[in-house]
Design a protein around this ligand. Structure first.
Ligand SMILES: [Zn+2]
Length: 92
């Protein structure tokens, strides 16, 4: 199971499979990656490209849940390129 980088965040999804589908890898683009790092700042750990962040921390508008053609639900959600985690950061 993939773990979310945010301290104290335990994803409330039923199964590990469902969990994995709603966890995102850091953006490939360097500038965006640095932005994430700032938002997700932790005193004990530096945000790295091996870390993951779950969908709870992204506004709805950043999350792509359906495929563009036909709108069928995606088995694995995607993030928009400009998505930045802003929700529930360290407020548990
Ligand atoms: Zn999380």
């Amino acid at each position: 199971m993939v773990k979310c980088f945010v301290v104290g965040c335990s994803m409330g999804y039923k199964s590990a499979k469902e969990n994995d589908a709603k966890v995102f890898k850091p953006p490939k683009e360097e500038r965006q990656f640095i932005l994430w790092g700032k938002k997700l700042k932790r005193s004990d750990k530096k945000f790295s490209r091996k870390d993951h962040v779950c969908s709870r921390h992204f506004k709805e508008e950043f999350i792509i849940k359906n495929s563009v053609n036909g709108g069928a639900p995606l088995s694995r959600w995607k993030l928009r390129d400009d998505a930045i985690p802003t929700l529930f950061l360290g407020k548990f």
